[in-house]
Design a protein around this ligand. Structure first.
Ligand code: NDP
Length: 282
């Protein structure tokens, strides 16, 4: 474990990065665990990303988070990737191993830890809305965890098909695509329903177009949207008796995984959770 007397630096590279909830959580956790570390938010343009990663090496940053639009393009700037990040072809977290920069993806893992608090996805039938970065990370982790099947529901066929092809080629979980037109009619017999789109982000009235055609009392319904966490999608599911998992759990756990990778310390989850709740209330 690094000496707490060193002032270590982690950063987030993205655009825009102002008001980053992970920074808020990290700073609170550094203080809680007595670490004189800093977490910087650095706005980096696509043209400058390679220089930013070189700068990170030169200045000895302990790690970094990577946000949009750099999660895919950063891959070729790193020395190696973890297996899951290589499968996804996307990185949201860089760690240092001696002189090597290693790409990891903690989005899907954070979601899984949050979900596992409620249900083990092994053997479960999953429907997931979305096929963007978050959906890709979650889809790969669910497949690696042994989900029985995955129906990807996406508005844009091409993006949906890319995710389905990836899951079918690289994992044991069979995946199918439904192109989303109008209201999605819920099939009977599914176990887990996930909104991995950006519908609801900063818009509490935004509605995920789903027709709740079947009884859902035994369904687990999860949303990746963390702001606001009490999305209309989760409210509709709750009103019909489903068990729900909000996007705050995912954001807390992805931060916890990064904190552990960088510092070697298991962070106090309540500190992270309280920090992000304070952040979204601001
Ligand atoms: P992307 O831009 O990569 O993907 C967005 C996805 O949402 C696409 O599948 C897109 O469909 C779909 N979508 C957007 N608007 C609509 C709409 N009106 N109707 C139907 N589909 C729509 O974004 P990310 O995957 O990076 O992020 C998605 C969400 O996940 C965001 O809200 C983000 O904040 C959240 N997130 C949460 C995290 C957490 O820790 N809680 C971590 C990472 C992300 P199409 O392909 O057709 O455009």
């Amino acid at each position: 474990m690094p000496s707490p007397s060193l002032q270590e630096i982690c950063a987030v590279f993205g655009s825009p990065v102002a008001g980053n909830p992970t920074q808020f959580m990290m700073e609170k956790a550094f203080v809680h665990h007595g670490l004189d570390w800093r977490y910087l938010t650095l706005e980096v343009t696509p043209e400058d990303l390679a220089d930013a990663v070189r700068g990170m090496r030169a200045m000895g940053f302990r790690g970094a988070n990577i946000t949009k639009p750099h999660k895919v393009t950063v891959v070729e700037l790193l020395d190696r990737l973890t297996d899951a990040a290589a499968l996804m072809g996307a990185v949201n977290c860089i760690t240092r191993d001696e002189h090597e920069l290693v790409g990891e993806n903690t989005d899907g893992k954070g979601f899984m830890q949050s979900l596992r608090g409620i249900v083990d996805p092994a053997g479960k039938r999953v429907v997931m809305f979305g096929a963007g970065g978050a959906a890709r990370a979650i889809g790969v982790e669910l497949a690696l965890a042994g989900a029985a099947s995955m129906e990807v529901v996406n508005r844009t066929a091409e993006r949906g098909q890319q995710l389905v092809d990836l899951l079918n080629a690289k994992t044991q979980s069979p995946a199918t695509l439904t192109v989303w037109q109008g209201e999605y009619r819920m099939p009977a017999g599914i176990d887990i329903l996930i909104n991995a789109t950006s519908i609801g982000l900063n818009d509490p009235e935004a509605r995920v177009p789903v027709k709740w055609t079947t009884a859902i009392e035994r369904l687990v319904v999860a949303d990746v949207v963390a702001s606001p966490p009490d999305t209309r999608f989760l409210q509709e599911a709750k009103d019909r008796g489903a068990t729900t998992v909000d996007g705050l759990g995912m954001i807390v756990h992805q931060a916890a995984i990064a904190f552990r990778l960088w510092t070697g310390i298991d962070p106090e989850i309540n500190v992270l959770r309280e920090a992000v709740e304070e952040f979204v209330a601001l």
